[in-house]
Design a protein around this ligand. Structure first.
Ligand SMILES: Nc1ncnc2c1ncn2[C@@H]1O[C@H](COP(=O)(O)OP(=O)(O)OP(=O)(O)O)[C@@H](O)[C@H]1O
Ligand code: SF4
Ligand SMILES: [Mg+2]
Length: 335
């Protein structure tokens, strides 16, 4: 598979009255065509800021993207998303890259019918005429499982339930045959059964349309069933990236191990006490010049308090940012 997106060394800061928030401190990852990459991490780890940086959705100021590149490859060539101007990114956003947010009610325009909102995107990105748009909107609403699509077309967002609104968001995201869909906590506000339906719908459309999906969540439990690979973020840096089975079976970073230990396991024999990771993430206004996880890490040794660990490869697609080899229980000698 060829990468469709290559993000390298993304650095984003917020210049606030209280100080500079070092939100992203060198985020690198790639996304292959058609795959699902899950991005997980605690609240504030930089999951949303990563995606908002790529799509130019951050308020500037206070945000400033201070470094990095985000190469997007498709049939029309390669572009660096970070270098696009306002008009250029708005042609990509909602067209070749779709997105789904947690809160559909605030993401959708409350005073415009649902049909009109999808049609606008089709007109802008695909240049479809009125009748073609109407047919395609009804087809899309049917595809995402909105009953009575022909009538619901004229309804406003508040006339839909939370789950149905999220389906509409998916229709908007998929409308223009995107190459990538970014879903930022798309199921967090929904109850469990509706969550499962939305996950299933996204997967079904992804398979049908061959779209690559970036699925952002703070819940490692959701990831097992949906992701091909997982990127674990901590304090604005990726700390581990691996194929999903590898990550669950052989986690290499102490933070990932902590997240997995905190997960309830249905298959665990007996009743194992849930462990939570003690302590809290560092203050991003005063990031340390050493491993950001050191205060909370049970494996921390002297070097961890003096240097920032680089990323190392521990398998063909498995990379971690740590000085310690947890499997061999000793510091790595190749870092
Ligand atoms: N507009 C802003 N001004 C200042 N700091 C901000 C702003 N937006 C985000 N940040 C900071 O950037 C960091 C990363 O935030 P981000 O929203 O990406 O976290 P997240 O991983 O998506 O968390 P969550 O799981 O809660 O959604 C946090 O420290 C956050 O406080
Ligand atoms: S570098 Fe050291 S402190 Fe950081 S996660 Fe690895 S072992 Fe823990
Ligand atoms: Mg977020």
């Amino acid at each position: 598979m060829a990468p469709i997106l290559e993000v390298s060394d993304l650095v984003t800061r917020f210049y606030t009255f209280d100080g500079v928030v070092h939100a992203l401190n060198g985020v690198s990852f790639d996304l292959q065509a058609g795959e699902t990459l899950a991005i997980v991490g605690e609240s504030g780890s930089g999951k949303s800021v990563t995606m908002m940086s790529l799509l130019h959705l951050l308020p500037m100021p206070p945000a400033r993207i201070e470094g990095g590149s985000a190469l997007f490859h498709d049939d029309s060539g390669t572009i660096d998303l970070l270098k696009l101007n306002r008009a250029e990114i708005s042609r990509v956003r909602g067209g070749r890259i779709g997105f789904i947010f947690q809160d559909a009610l605030s993401a959708l325009n409350p005073v415009m019918t649902v049909g009109r909102q999808i049609a606008e995107s089709l007109e802008r990105h695909l240049g479809l005429g009125h009748e073609q748009c109407r047919r395609r909107v009804v087809e899309l609403l049917e595809k995402v499982g909105i009953p009575g699509a022909k009538q619901r077309y004229r309804n406003y967002p508040h006339q839909f339930s939370g789950g149905m609104r999220q389906r509409v968001m998916i229709a908007v995201a998929m409308a223009c045959n995107p190459k990538i869909v970014i879903a930022d906590e798309p199921t967090t506000a929904l109850d469990v059964t509706v969550q499962a339906q939305i996950v299933e719908l996204t997967q079904q459309l992804q398979r049908e349309l061959g779209i690559a999906v970036i699925w952002i969540t703070h819940d490692l439990g959701v990831v097992a069933g949906i992701a091909d690979r997982v990127l674990v973020m901590y304090a604005g840096r990726p700390v581990e990236i691996a194929p999903v089975d590898d990550l669950y079976d052989h986690p290499g970073h102490p933070y990932t191990i902590g997240l997995l230990e905190a997960l309830p396991r249905m298959d665990a024999a007996g009743s194992k006490r849930l462990i939570s990771i003690e302590g809290s993430p560092p203050d991003l206004m005063a990031p340390p010049a050493h491993c950001q996880f050191a205060w909370r890490c049970r494996y921390a040794f002297e070097r961890c308090w003096n240097e920032v660990p680089p990323q190392v490869s521990v398998g063909p697609q498995h990379h971690i940012t740590c000085f310690y080899d947890v499997n061999r229980e000793r510091p790595r000698d190749n870092v």
